[in-house]
Design a protein around this ligand. Structure first.
Ligand code: TC6
Length: 713
């Protein structure tokens, strides 16, 4: 093979016999940055000019064919060759181009493969269009070429769904032409290229294929059916809708016009705050867990076995989260009946996943085998990490920690799953306060992504780093937070709860509050969420004194969804209807509390619910309970259903403009009390002209930027 590259070039050019091999070598994921585009463009020209080269293979070095456009370049002035220009050059190449896919071909990377004339993938390769998760659409021809090759139904599923498919499926649907055995991709691709070069003539182009599109012309309702079936996914988010429109354009319009339509829709999305929010979350998630232990260089310790104390809903879910990640768990409960019940629920949960096709029967047994039940607390001795998930009571947890301290190995980490209590106090009686930490899982713990990692003033950096690494291992977004009441998530929720309760006593209805939060994009409203969690969580009959509406509801047995009644009435399918009884009860409670009810407008409701949270989030940052504004956002997006396309409360506040946030908070403080006085952090940021997240506030309609030639940096 001849090779004429200088070192560190992001694109390599080699020649083997009649085939030019163009390799993208831009770690970590071969994103199609300006330098890479320039490199591929120049290599294509070189291959075109070469007398000896008859066909071209484009492939990726390292762990990806390509993860697509360089997301960091979005929003900057685009430079030429743009991805679209590059792909045009690939497709127009007079010599056939074969895309040889290993690792992942995502977004623009898959578009590059679709512009090639042939595609071959290694057995383990994965393909997908994740743009929708960034609030975008495949804007370099993906929406026009994919339906031409795999059909409209599959294209809708892949582009609007944003998931990935494996090589076998890619072959089955015609996305790739051949599969290569592992580590045989290079030679197989070169052989394919040499073979197709023998065919002669103009290489076939995906753009010229029409058969799959014609099929849909007799079924124009396919798009409306898809919208209806995916209404939940489409709610409030712009990009899934624009993806559908672009695919529709592929069916209705000639290729070039469809391409222009795709570009126009892409440009709209790129200028919109939803995409800015989703791109911000993409990078924020990758920031999580980095240099969180006070910048310490501490090394994570290995966690080979975990013990979970308490086989209730939380303990069972936590055990599943570890078993799912192939980490063995000892599940301890003092009562045999509770342990049996917990194990039965775990089995039921796995069987439900299997019924949805997510697990095989063998996988269920494999995971169950990793959970070893025990009635003896002393069995924690084998664990590197012990997590307690018992009743939320300081005395109970302190006592348990004292026992665990005596039974667990000296180097084991003791963790509490408390959602509000002081972690330092829980572990205060142990001889190992530096190995005490909070691991606040969210219910159901095997499903919810969020894990608040609570460090006390004495938790050792190595223990924090270990928890952060473990979070990644078990597929959680592990946010390191300080040890303060309710940490980040529940502290902000408590503020929303306070305002929601005040609003309904002042004259709003529970339905008003819930409708506005739902329309904002939350999966459900505040009172519906309370009903779902259970109104009796943290409630005790002995101490209940009808001092709040919630206490009264509990005293009436209205414990929420599971009881068929809470703030709402529920039918057998757990569908809510407003309860006239509860409405009357709230009115009586207002009167008894001396509150004169009044009409409360939508703006006031939303301001009080959301701005109160923003203010509390700023206080949390000011106090150092959260390290970064993006951590506060991730807590709310991954744990509490804040709509992703709004970025999180801190990002949302930046989009409103902090000066506006402070102005509205002051106005609310005048009317509703000092709780709304702006956080000192907000005041300071406004004075300094800065934002919470570092994100600039977008112009109302960002002008499209002119393209300029790329210069390699
Ligand atoms: C598109 O293509 C649109 C085209 C139309 C244009 C008109 N760009 O996730 P990891 C970085 S839109 C820039 O930790 P993994 C990432 O930030 C794009 N950077 O690794 C991180 O950097 P850090 C459509 C990127 O193995 C590092 O790479 N494509 C990009 O867990 C490692 O990432 C996508 O949406 C990128 N495209 O997962 C794909 N991708 O170390 C997005 C990654 O400095 N990427 N980085 O923090 C992914 O889904 C995953 O990164 C992965 C690898 C599956 C490729």
């Amino acid at each position: 093979m001849t090779n004429s590259n200088s070192r560190n070039e992001p694109v390599r050019y080699e020649v083997e016999g009649p085939v030019a091999l163009i390799t993208i070598d831009a770690p970590p994921v071969n994103a199609l940055s300006a330098e890479v585009r320039i490199g591929i463009f120049a290599s294509l020209a070189r291959a075109a000019e070469s007398q000896s080269v008859e066909a071209i293979v484009v492939t990726g070095g390292g762990r990806a064919f390509s993860a697509g456009a360089d997301i960091r370049e979005f929003g900057r002035t685009p430079c030429s060759p743009t991805l679209r220009e590059l792909l045009q050059a690939v497709e127009d190449s007079p010599k056939p181009v074969v895309a040889a896919i290993q690792g992942v071909a995502l977004g623009g990377g898959l578009e590059l493969a679709l512009a090639a004339h042939y595609r071959i993938a290694e057995t383990s390769a994965r393909c997908g269009f994740p743009e929708v998760r960034l609030g975008l659409l495949p804007g370099a021809g993906g929406t026009q070429r994919l339906p031409r090759i795999v059909g409209v139904a599959k294209a809708l599923e892949m582009i609007v769904g944003g998931g990935q498919i494996g090589a076998a499926e890619a072959l089955a649907i015609g996305l790739v032409d051949e599969i290569a055995e592992e580590r045989q991709l290079g030679p197989s691709a070169i052989r394919l290229a040499a073979r197709v070069s023998q065919l002669g003539g103009v290489p076939r182009k995906v753009r010229d294929r029409q058969d799959k599109l014609d099929k849909v012309k007799s079924d124009p309702e396919i798009f409306e059916r898809f919208r209806a079936a995916n209404a939940k996914r489409l709610r409030g988010a712009l990009s899934p809708d624009h993806c559908i429109r672009a695919i529709q354009a592929a069916v209705l319009l000639p290729f070039e016009v469809g391409m222009a339509r795709e570009r126009a829709l892409f440009d709209l999305l790129l200028a919109d705050s939803q995409s800015a929010a989703l791109r911000y979350l993409f990078f924020s998630e990758r920031q999580v867990g980095r240099s969180d232990a006070d910048g310490s260089e501490a090394n994570p310790r290995s966690v080979r076995r975990v013990a979970v104390i308490g086989a209730g809903t939380m303990g069972g879910g936590i055990a599943m989260a570890f078993a799912n990640a192939a980490i063995p768990v000892t599940l301890v409960d003092a009562e045999a009946a509770a342990l049996d019940r917990g194990l039965a629920i775990i089995r039921r949960n796995y069987e439900a996943s299997a019924a949805k096709g997510k697990l095989t029967p063998a996988q269920i047994e494999e995971r169950l085998a990793r959970i070893v039940p025990s009635l003896r607390l002393a069995d924690v001795v084998e664990a590197d990490l012990v997590i307690e998930a018992v009743f939320e009571d300081l005395a109970v947890k302190r006592d348990l920690f004292a026992q665990l301290d005596a039974l667990a190995r000296d180097d084991a980490i003791l963790a509490t799953n408390t959602s509000y209590l002081d972690v330092a106090e829980i572990g205060g009686g142990t001889a190992r306060p530096e190995r005490v930490i909070g691991l606040h899982f969210f219910s159901p713990a095997h499903v919810m992504k969020l894990l608040e990692i609570v460090r006390t003033a004495r938790t050792a950096p190595a223990v924090v780093v270990t928890a952060a690494k473990l979070a990644r291992t078990i597929g959680k977004v592990g946010i390191v937070v300080g040890n303060g009441y309710g940490f980040v998530g529940n502290r902000m929720l408590a503020v929303r709860d306070r305002e929601a309760n005040r609003l309904v006593l002042e004259g709003a209805s529970t339905g008003d509050v819930d409708r506005l939060l739902y329309d904002f994009g939350f999966p459900m409203g505040h009172f519906q969420m309370r009903d779902l969690v259970g109104l009796d969580v943290g409630w005790k009959r002995e101490t209940s004194s009808a001092s709040t509406v919630r206490e009264i509801l509990n005293e009436m047995g209205r414990h929420g969804q599971k009881a068929g009644a809470g703030y709402y009435d529920y039918d057998a399918q757990r569908r809510p209807t407003p309860s006239p009884l509860v409405a009357g009860l709230i009115e009586d409670f207002s009167a008894a509390s001396g509150i004169t009810r009044r009409p409360v407008g939508d703006t006031e409701i939303l301001d009080r619910l959301l701005l109160a949270m923003v203010n509390e989030g700023a206080n949390i940052l000011e106090e150092g309970i959260a390290t970064r504004a993006s951590d506060v956002d991730l807590v709310w997006v991954t744990g509490y259903g804040w709509p992703r396309h709004r970025g999180g409360p801190m990002f949302w506040a930046d989009q409103l403009g902090l000066a506006e946030v402070v102005r509205r908070l002051r106005a609310r403080a005048d009317r509703h009390g000092k709780e709304f006085e702006p956080s000192p952090l907000l005041e300071r940021l406004v004075a300094e002209g800065r934002s919470l997240t570092g994100a600039p506030r977008p112009a109302a309609s960002a002008p499209l930027k002119e393209e300029k030639p790329c210069t390699a940096s």
